[in-house]
Design a protein around this ligand. Structure first.
Ligand code: HEC
Ligand code: HEC
Ligand code: HEC
Ligand code: HEC
Ligand code: HEC
Ligand code: HEC
Ligand code: HEC
Ligand code: HEC
Ligand code: HEC
Length: 330
């Protein structure tokens, strides 16, 4: 190759690269958002065909959608087209009709990934939580989807539901005294729902001493934040904060705090209590002095030979005291 040929080639190369580099950022700026948001991003107002059209081909789903409380919300005529009717969730109909078999041209909730489902739902539910908050939850990380717990289209059964079946799930009511009513568009009553995947934890509530879930006075989400609220900045709800929303008298501050209760050492309340249920009264982890010996290993039988350290006359103020450094009185 002659030198001038080489030079031209090199110049051309540099020029091509330069254009490439220059073009790259603009290309990235215009990168479409991820599916299914891409459907909404590429659509114009005319691409939304309205609920009546969908009904012609999807009779069953239109019926089950009518039974859903959600129907009330998305039928408000004042809403913008992309937030109205079926298309608010499934995307613009015109694009779907280009090729009805193409699952990239319509949002199919049962055939999409959990991440895509979350994107579709959080278009409207940013008030409940942000996407970044959802991604941090154990459920999102374990690929549990919004639609594992929530049901938008409702079986007709639900209106006249018999005690044994709600959308195909068995109610805990058979074993537990009462089941809480299904709420927040959940697939079933909450305890049965959670129990589908957390049977072991639900069983803990069958022990003699338990938080009153079987009696229908509480549900799992009274303690567990299934959804991190937008207001809460903390990633995880500290156990103590959880417990003292209902047991405020244990919160202190006390003149003489007991370290594990104050949460200074260990896991707080659950150092001594089982949160769900226990064989021991007061949901205690251990019935006798062994509870305290978990940490106070130096206090052998020569300190006190009796069974429990919090007996009358001894350390009755285990949660903290305002008068006694040895926690012997409140
Ligand atoms: C002309 C008939 C027709 C109309 C109108 C129509 N669809 Fe479809 N839709 C179909 C067909 C056919 C399929 C493919 C079914 C299959 O693959 O089994 C489909 C598939 C779907 C799917 C995916 C189903 C799955 O199995 O995951 C969804 C969601 C859907 N349509 C929603 C809608 C919505 C919302 C509208 C209104 C905006 C609409 N459709 C309008 C005929 C129609
Ligand atoms: C608020 C969101 C929402 C709206 C509005 C909505 N759907 Fe759905 N749709 C879902 C979800 C979620 C599923 C998955 C099954 C379930 O949870 O019931 C689904 C399931 C479907 C399916 C089966 C394919 C799939 O995606 O799994 C079709 C078809 C369908 N809907 C059509 C419709 C039609 C027709 C309308 C309007 C009459 C409508 N949907 C309104 C959320 C919605
Ligand atoms: C077009 C906007 C829109 C989309 C998309 C949407 N929702 Fe909703 N949803 C609403 C509105 C509006 C309400 C009523 C809110 C209120 O009353 O505060 C609601 C209420 C709810 C409720 C509470 C119902 C109750 O009884 O308290 C749940 C749960 C819910 N939506 C779940 C979902 C899920 C899961 C998806 C995705 C499949 C979804 N939503 C998609 C608009 C939407
Ligand atoms: C592990 C089960 C589970 C999953 C997964 C789940 N939810 Fe929920 N959701 C619940 C429960 C339980 C409640 C009622 C208790 C509460 O309000 O915290 C609820 C309540 C709601 C509410 C109404 C309460 C409010 O904050 O206004 C909305 C909206 C909602 N969920 C949307 C979603 C969306 C969107 C997703 C997916 C990104 C999702 N949920 C995933 C269990 C779940
Ligand atoms: C579809 C299955 C499914 C459902 C329904 C479900 N979960 Fe989960 N949950 C999981 C998976 C998977 C994990 C992560 C793995 C694990 O720790 O078991 C998890 C983790 C958890 C954890 C966290 C444990 C930790 O290590 O921090 C809690 C608490 C929890 N779930 C509570 C609930 C509650 C309350 C409900 C009902 C509102 C519920 N789950 C419904 C599947 C589910
Ligand atoms: C009184 C509050 C409370 C109630 C009610 C409650 N939990 Fe928990 N749960 C906790 C605490 C606290 C922990 C953490 C225990 C620990 O760290 O030792 C926990 C832990 C868990 C875990 C994780 C267990 C593990 O091994 O990591 C799951 C799953 C769970 N709970 C599910 C449920 C389900 C399902 C329900 C309803 C049937 C429920 N919880 C009701 C307070 C509660
Ligand atoms: C949503 C409210 C709520 C939360 C949160 C809560 N509890 Fe409870 N707790 C109750 C109720 C209600 C009872 C039953 C009281 C009754 O039967 O009169 C109870 C009972 C108890 C008991 C047994 C009391 C007795 O007299 O036998 C203990 C111990 C206890 N809770 C500890 C905890 C711990 C530890 C936590 C945190 C993991 C916690 N609680 C979180 C509501 C709550
Ligand atoms: C060092 C162990 C220990 C820790 C940590 C602890 N407790 Fe207790 N708790 C006990 C013992 C022991 C009893 C039983 C006292 C009795 O029977 O007189 C008890 C009883 C209770 C009771 C029922 C009796 C009553 O006084 O109302 C509640 C409720 C309770 N604890 C809540 C909590 C909460 C909430 C926390 C965390 C802030 C906590 N406990 C931390 C040891 C502990
Ligand atoms: C999770 C560990 C843990 C458990 C369980 C525990 N303690 Fe403590 N306790 C501490 C720590 C840490 C201190 C403060 C530091 C120290 O040991 O001096 C403390 C301090 C005390 C004190 C104040 C005197 C002192 O040594 O400073 C008394 C009294 C006491 N505990 C009694 C009990 C009794 C009674 C129980 C059982 C109901 C119990 N503790 C269970 C960790 C624990």
């Amino acid at each position: 190759m002659r030198r001038w040929q080489l030079m031209t080639f090199a110049l051309l190369l540099v020029w091509a690269l330069a254009i490439g580099v220059e073009k790259e950022p603009t290309k990235q700026n215009k990168k479409p958002p991820p599916f299914p948001l891409s459907l909404f991003a590429q659509a114009e107002a005319k691409d939304y065909i309205g609920e009546k059209e969908c009904a012609q081909c999807h009779k069953k789903e239109t019926q089950t959608f009518n039974a859903s409380p959600h129907a009330l919300y998305v039928r408000d005529p004042k809403l913008p087209v992309d937030k109205k009717g079926c298309e608010a969730c499934h995307g613009p109909g015109e694009i779907h009709l280009e090729d009805v078999k193409d699952l990239k041209k319509v949002m199919s909730f049962s055939k999409s990934k959990p991440k895509e489902v979350a994107l579709a739902c959080l278009r409207c539910h940013a008030d409940t939580m942000r996407l970044s908050q959802w991604h941090r939850t154990v459920h999102a990380q374990a690929d549990v989807s919004c639609s594992n717990c929530h049901q938008i289209h409702q079986d007709e059964e639900r209106g006249t539901r018999d005690a044994n079946k709600v959308n195909g799930l068995k109610l805990m009511g058979q074993v537990f005294v009462t089941a809480s009513e299904p709420k927040a568009l959940l697939k079933s009553d909450e305890v049965s729902l959670c129990g589908q995947c957390h049977q072991r934890e639900v069983n803990e509530f069958r022990l003699n001493f338990h938080h009153p879930i079987p009696e229908g006075r509480m549900v799992c989400s009274d303690c567990h934040d299934v959804h991190p609220s937008k207001a809460a900045s903390k990633k995880v709800r500290v156990v103590k904060d959880m417990c003292i929303t209902c047991h405020a008298d244990k919160a202190g501050p006390f003149a003489f705090e007991h370290d594990p209760v104050a949460g200074w050492t260990g896991d707080g309340c659950v150092e001594c209590h089982r949160p769900h249920g226990s064989h021991n009264p007061r949901l205690l982890r251990a019935f006798s002095r062994g509870l305290c010996n978990q940490c106070h290993t130096d206090k052998g039988n020569n300190h006190y030979p009796g069974q429990s350290c919090w007996n009358v006359g001894c350390h009755v103020a285990v949660h903290g005291s305002n008068t006694d450094v040895w926690l012997r009185q409140p």
